[in-house]
Design a protein around this ligand. Sequence first.
Ligand code: SF4
Length: 432
Amino acid sequence: MEKTLHNILGEIRRTNAPLAPDALDRIIRARNREVAGPVRYVAKKKLLPFYQEAKEHRPEHWRTWGVSPAEEALLVRTLQVKPRRTASGVATVTVLTKPWPCSSACLYCPNDVRMPKSYLHDEPACQRAERNWFDPYLQVTARLRTLHQMGHVTDKVELIVLGGTWSDYPEAYQIWYMHELFRALNDMGCETAVERESETRRKQYRDTGIACERDDLANWAAEAQARVTAGDASYNETVRNLYACGTRADNAPLHSRSTDRNAASIDAPPCSAAADDTQGAAFEPFALDNLQGSAPNSGWAAAAQWQTATFFQLEALQRENEAAEHRCVGLVVETRPDAVTPKRLATLRRLGCTKLQMGIQSLDERILAANHRGIGVDRMQQAFELARIFGFKTHAHFMTNLLGATPESDAADYRRMVEHPAFKPDEVKLYP
Ligand code: SF4
C-alpha cells in the first residue's frame, strides 16, 4: 500500500496535477501484478484511509514521506471516491429513526418491523442504521468518518432524517434524536470524544439486549407481511402491535397525557427552566408505562428510558454548532401532509428543521382513495402553504404506477405537481 502511495505521489510531483483515473488505474494494476497474490492487494478506496491513518496515528513515519500541503490536496483529489457526493459543497448525511409504526396505512407501504414504517431492512442506508441500533450519534459519526476517508470535505452538513412519519414518534424521542445529531456534529472535531461516547453508547444498547432479538424480529416481519398479503382485515392493528418499537402508539391515556404536557411546554419560553421541567415531567411516565407494556421487543422500551433530552439541552447544542467544525446547514425530516399543522411546524422549527419531505404520491383523488391514502388533495395543498409560511423548504415524494394509475395519468399528475403554484416543491423524489 505504501509503495503504491509513493508511486502516486511521485507522479503528482512530476506533473503537479491530480492523476487522471486511467493513470491511477495503471499504477494500481502494476502494483497488484508485482504482489501477485490470490486477492487484489491494493484498491483505490483503501489508499486514502491508509494515508489518513498514517498521518493521524504514525505521524513520525508519515513525516518521512515529505508530503507538502499542496501535494496532499492533489493526492486527495486523485483518490477521492464518488466526488459527486459533495460536489455542491455540502455533505449529505442520511440517518434513520428507530423501528416505529405510522398512524396511516397506505396500501403500497411495506411493513418491515425491523425498520421504521415504509423502509426495508435490505437497503444500504437501512443496513447502516441497523448496524448502529438506529442511534443518531453513532450513525452521524460513522457516516462522517466514511466520507472523510473517501476524501470529502464535511464542514457543511445536511442531515436527512428518514423513517415513516416523524411526528408519529413521541416528542421525547424527537428532541433526543435531534439532540444527538447535533452532539455528534459538535463532537466530530475531537476523535477521542467520539470514540469514548460511541463505545459508551454501544454498551448501552448491548445492555438492553436489542441486538439479541433480531431473529425474532425477522419472524415477526414475515408474519406481518404475510397477513398484509393475505388481505387480513385486522392487519393494520396487527402490524402496529408487532412493531419492534417497544413503546405502543395505541396507549390512549398515556398519549393524551403526554400531548397535554407537550402542548404546555411548547407554550413555555424557550431555554427556560419552566420548559425544561415541563418536558421532563411529560416524558418520564411515557418511558415507565412502556416498560410495563407487552411490546415484543422490550429492549427498545428500556432504551426509551434514557433516550430523552430537553429543548433546553438541544438549543445549547444548536448554538454551539454555529461555530463547530462540522456545521449543520440543513435538517430534513419526513412526514405526511395531514401531519403538517401549525403546532407541529412550530415544534419542527424549534428542533432545528429546515426542510420537509412530504409523501404526496399522487394528486388524483381517485388514485389516492384506491391506495387508502386517507388524505385529499386539499389537505396536501394546505400542507405546502403552511410549510412555506413557516419557512420550510419542501421536498415531495411522488409515486408512479400506483393502483388505478396509467402512464398517461401519471404524466399529467406529475406535471400538475411540479407546475401548479399550489404545489411546486423545491425538490422531488420520484419512486417507481
Ligand atoms: S403515510 Fe407514509 S409511512 Fe405512513 S403508511 Fe402511508 S406511505 Fe407508509
